[in-house]
Design a protein around this ligand. Structure first.
Ligand code: 13P
Ligand code: SF4
Length: 304
């Protein structure tokens, strides 16, 4: 079996030869995060994908993230190391669902969470991530918003922007949806000194009891700025690695042991090496579809 150091060496060599950069999401396994040039949340990674000068991006995450990178930079080669690393929530809404909702509510703006297919994005007015959903919705003149696919993030945004009317699609993240109010009760009882930080993909019954709700990047920022030293973490467990690396003196307790996204855990260092060697899976999307989907993504990146 090839050692981690050997894989790392070969990846470095290939990166130079091919002018590649490695992006990884905070939910990836620690070894993958260690091999990445940049680790971030969906928003930071989309921005980097658009701005970085490299010819090639190796995207360690799930397919909608690699597709977003390709849509923003069609001239670059974008590689997803594992073909079936998908996002079940992104698969819940189809392009036809958006077309139908638009026909039913012609006066509404369509806001699609980046955790969606390129076809759904192509039908949207603007995209958002969990880091900027509220700002994106506030930036729109429309009093009525169709939000998809995540009902939890949509209801979170609706609570923050009560002056607008929301039509929410009923998609969800199977990983975040599984965590309930009872998990919060148990975690609070077992860790009375800790602060609870959760992702907006959590159910409303969980979010309402949290001390802070934010994207993975915002949770990490919150911890860095906080004087507390014990946190209950209400999102996928991959985030513990960057948190513990940055704050070895602080304590992190998972809100639930079941907080695991199987798709985010599929990528290994070996897959990364194979992907760079063979240029697989090379993300290819229809040009016209990408041109349509790029507009709402760029609009999102322009929101201040
Ligand atoms: P972030 O936008 O916080 O990176 O989250 C992405 C995601 O897939 C959450 O489940
Ligand atoms: Fe999709 Fe949920 Fe996994 Fe995020 S954690 S990639 S929303 S399935």
């Amino acid at each position: 079996m090839m050692s981690f150091e050997k894989i790392q060496q070969q990846i470095r060599k290939l990166k130079e030869e091919k002018d590649a950069v490695i992006l990884a999401h905070y939910y990836q396994i620690p070894e993958v995060q260690k091999l990445a040039d940049h680790v971030g949340d969906s928003f930071a990674l989309s921005k980097l994908a658009a701005e970085l000068p490299h010819q090639m991006i190796l995207f360690c995450g799930v397919s909608f993230m690699a597709e977003t990178a390709k849509t923003l930079s069609p001239e670059k080669i974008v590689l997803l190391p594992v073909a079936d690393a998908g996002c079940p929530m992104a698969d819940m809404a189809s392009e036809e669902d958006v077309i139908k909702l638009k026909a039913e509510h012609p006066d509404a703006a369509v806001v699609s969470y980046v955790n969606s297919s390129t076809g759904v994005k192509a039908q949207s007015d603007i995209c958002c991530t969990s880091a900027n959903a509220v700002q994106v919705i506030r930036s729109l003149p429309h009093p009525k918003i169709i939000f998809l696919p995540d009902e939890n993030l949509g209801s979170y945004a609706a609570e923050k922007v009560p002056e607008k009317e929301f039509i929410l699609f009923n998609g969800y993240c199977p990983t975040h949806e599984e965590v309930m109010a009872i998990d919060v009760k148990i975690a609070r009882e077992e860790n009375p000194d800790a602060i609870l930080l959760v992702h907006p993909e959590c159910r409303s019954e969980v979010r309402k009891q949290a001390d802070f709700v934010g994207s993975t990047g915002q949770i990490i920022k919150y911890v860095s700025q906080s004087e507390h030293n014990h946190f209950i973490i209400g999102t996928e467990q991959g985030i513990i690695h960057p948190l513990q690396e940055k704050h070895p003196d602080k304590k992190f307790t998972m809100l639930s042991p079941g907080f695991l996204c199987p798709n985010m855990k599929k990528t290994t260092p070996k897959d990364m090496l194979r992907s760079l060697e063979n240029l697989t899976v090379n993300i290819e999307l229809e040009e016209e579809l990408m041109n349509q989907a790029r507009k709402p993504l760029i609009r999102m990146l322009e929101v201040k």
